[in-house]
Ligand binder design. Structure first.
Ligand code: UFG
Length: 338
């Protein structure tokens, strides 16, 4: 019997790539999404890549009655909770929205799961929960001092999950702390399609490459890093998607709560990413140096040993592949899914 997994936010960037990987790994899926930052067309593409159809519902996870109807129609053996709002800048301007959306969605989902006796959950968290940590690489036990509202909204949900797992040992929970997911499915059919001007490096570079943006502003070149630009742990979204499936498999065997960093374990600077993208795309990426972006840290990357030892998961794809796949997606879909 195939297991059916509910994917919240399944039309989003991470969710859609994870849906492809779940289907390829023999799971059935049901997607819920409110399409606030994604489009239903994404799900057609997931179906096209996978050669499989699956049910999806346009609902907001905070709508308990709608969620209950979905739970009433299907028999789930686990949930991947990817739904959430994720702009660091918007969260600083509108903290209530971020606590409201990210907390209430998680609480509503957990209440529904608890009531149904479904206690297997993979939660999308972020390396941003570490904040200004003195020890690099970040380990899962590193202290959490998020320096943004967005980071705190994720940390609070992590706290809720810890309390839940302490109160009831039958929960099976994996918290995944993503570093910097980039790239796209190698088919070029799905990828990252941000609303408006991109906030993040790779989608911005992609839009410069297709002429939608004139030049990249590199935020800061006086950081204490080898070339002065910020260093991050970029990982291919397909590797990240595989990490979700490994975590879900693991929760089929084990109870309790466990947290995993998902990254490559090595950092690249903004300039290294620009050069790698130019090489992969054959396009020049004009840039200028701009002041540091508020809240940015100089350099961080993951200690990935726990995911390697416990899940037998390692990010395999290189920075060159991340850039080539991001470019394939952007050049085939210059206007995104529109
Ligand atoms: N950068 C630029 N110019 C841009 C955009 C980014 O120079 O136009 C630089 C940033 O200053 C930083 C690096 O590129 O040094 C990466 O920036 P991103 O915005 O792509 O990513 P962040 O590391 O700031 O944040 C990302 C996600 C967060 C997540 C975090 C976890 O956006 O949601 O990774 O590590 F929490």
């Amino acid at each position: 019997m195939k297991q059916t997994i509910l994917v919240t936010g399944g039309a989003g960037y991470i969710g859609s790539h994870t849906c492809v990987e779940l289907l390829a790994s023999g799971y059935d899926i049901v997607v819920v999404d409110n399409f606030s930052n994604s489009k239903p067309a994404v799900l057609d593409r997931v179906g096209q890549i996978s050669g499989q159809e699956f049910p999806w519902y346009e609902i907001d996870v905070r709508d308990r009655a709608a969620l209950a109807r979905v739970f009433g129609k299907h028999r789930f053996s686990g949930v991947l909770h990817c739904a959430g709002v994720k702009s660091i800048a918007e969260a600083q301007r509108d903290p209530l929205k971020y606590y409201q959306h990210n907390l209430e969605a998680s609480l509503t989902l957990l209440e529904e799961m608890a009531e149904r006796g479904l206690k297997r959950l993979v939660f999308s968290s972020s390396a941003t929960v570490y904040g200004e940590c003195t020890q690099i690489p970040y380990r899962e036990e590193s202290p959490l001092k998020p320096n943004t509202v967005y980071g705190r909204s994720k940390m609070v949900v992590e706290d809720v999950l810890h309390d839940l797992a302490s109160a009831d040992e039958s929960w099976r929970i994996a918290i995944l702390r993503y570093f910097n997911p980039v790239g796209a499915h190698p088919s070029g059919l799905i990828g990252e399609d941000p609303n408006g001007t991109p906030n993040n490096l790779m989608p911005y570079i992609c839009q410069v490459a297709v002429g939608k943006q004139a030049e990249l502003a590199i935020f800061g070149h006086d950081y204490p890093t080898p070339d002065g630009t910020g260093v991050r742990d970029y990982l291919h979204v397909a590797d990240l998607a595989e990490g979700h499936v490994r975590a879900l498999d693991y929760l089929g065997r084990e109870t309790g709560l466990v947290t995993f960093n998902l990254g490559t374990g090595r950092g690249y600077s903004v300039l290294e990413v620009v050069r790698a993208f130019e090489h992969a795309s054959g396009r020049a990426i004009p840039f200028r140096y701009a002041p540091r972006r508020s809240g940015d840290l100089a350099s961080y990357y993951a200690d990935t040993s726990r995911a390697a030892n416990t899940l037998d998961w390692r990010a395999k794809r290189s920075l060159g592949e991340m850039c080539a796949d991001a470019w394939r997606w952007q050049s085939k879909n210059p206007g995104g899914y529109a």
